[in-house]
Design a protein around this ligand. Structure first.
Ligand SMILES: [Zn+2]
Length: 109
C-alpha cells in the first residue's frame, strides 16, 4: 500500500512558514525528537520485526533514538514489543540487538 503522493504545490510555495518538522516519540527514553533523527522499527506484514532504514516499510512502526541505551531499554523492558503489539522472535531480537551494538552510546550531536 504505497502512498507516495507528492505534497500539493501550495505546501511548498515560498513565503509561507516552513512546514513543521515531523516528530516522533522514542519508545526507549520517551523523548520527542525529529523523525529523521530516529530509527524506525517496523513490524512487517509478515509479523517479523526489523529495522526500517527507509522509514517507509509497510506495517506498524515504532521509533528509537540512534543510540544504544534507548535500544537496550526498549528491548530489555519490552517497550518495543508493547509499542508494536507483538512478541519479537529470538531471531528478530538478535538482529535488533546486533544493530544496537553498532550505535553510539551517546546521541549524535
Ligand atoms: Zn531515545
Amino acid at each position: 500500500m504505497a502512498t507516495a503522493r507528492k505534497m500539493p504545490e501550495a505546501a511548498v510555495r515560498p513565503g509561507l512558514r516552513p512546514r513543521r518538522v515531523p516528530q516522533r516519540t522514542c519508545v526507549g527514553c520517551g523523548s520527542v525528537t525529529a523523525k529523521r533523527q530516529l530509527v524506525r522499527i517496523v513490524r512487517g506484514l509478515d509479523g517479523e520485526v526489523r529495522v526500517d532504514p527507509t522509514g517507509k516499510a509497510a506495517g506498524r512502526g515504532a521509533y528509537l533514538c540512534a543510540n544504544s541505551p534507548c535500544w537496550d531499554a526498549a528491548l530489555k523492558k519490552k517497550r518495543l514489543e508493547r509499542s508494536l503489539n507483538v512478541t519479537i522472535s529470538p531471531a528478530g531480537l538478535e538482529v535488533l540487538t546486533h544493530y544496537a551494538e553498532d550505535l553510539p552510546v551517546e546521541p549524535a550531536a
